[in-house]
Design a protein around this ligand. Structure first.
Ligand SMILES: [Zn+2]
Length: 185
């Protein structure tokens, strides 16, 4: 394992005390849920991640700060050609192991209660609290994914109209019958 390997699972309280930071790139394919929405090859697509953990020991809060950027080729809902969507998130997330601690945060602070999202496990006597950092960061990006991705300006504006007409012909058996009938007569 190289020093820059992205950790699969982190123990937020322990790692925050040790001043964990990570900067680098990972293949987009590591974000499985986002990759599912991509079209074409994503082999060359990279995610850029910067993150760090810090500890607010007095308030029993771990702060996850950082930024993530990914470019995802998606299908333009207007012309059906690929469109590269840039997802960019700066996050400042409080990780708390107990919901009651949320009261100590500013009203507009983003927070994750460990154990409440799939990416996190609340610890107990035997197992320390842990966070799937990649999954947590992917959650942040998923919130930004457009439901209807589009080019700002489509290059082949007329294509969908043509395709729609062809689609109708294919789907209308009576039209095919009618044209056959015409030929027989
Ligand atoms: Zn388009």
């Amino acid at each position: 394992m190289s020093a820059n390997t992205f950790p699969a699972q982190i123990e937020p309280f322990k790692w925050a005390e040790q001043g964990f930071t990570w900067s680098g790139t990972l293949p987009l394919s590591r974000f499985v849920r986002i990759s599912r929405e991509a079209v074409g090859s994503i082999d060359d697509q990279l995610i850029r991640i910067d993150c760090k953990l810090s500890m607010d020991a007095y308030h029993r809060i771990v702060w996850l700060d950082g930024s993530v950027e990914a470019k995802v080729p998606m299908e333009c809902q207007r012309c059906l050609n690929p469109v590269e969507i840039t997802l960019n998130s700066d996050f400042h997330l409080a990780l708390v192991d107990d919901e009651s601690l949320v009261e100590r945060l500013d009203e507009d602070a983003d927070f994750i209660v460990l154990g409440e999202s799939e990416a996190t496990i609340k610890g107990d006597m035997d197992t320390p609290a842990s966070v799937n950092l990649l999954s947590l960061i992917e959650d942040e990006l998923l919130l930004l994914m457009p439901l209807s991705p589009k080019h700002d300006v489509c290059e082949h504006k007329h294509q969908p109209a043509v395709e729609a007409v062809m689609e109708n012909k294919r789907d209308n058996p009576f039209e095919v019958l009618a044209s056959l009938k015409g030929k027989l007569n």
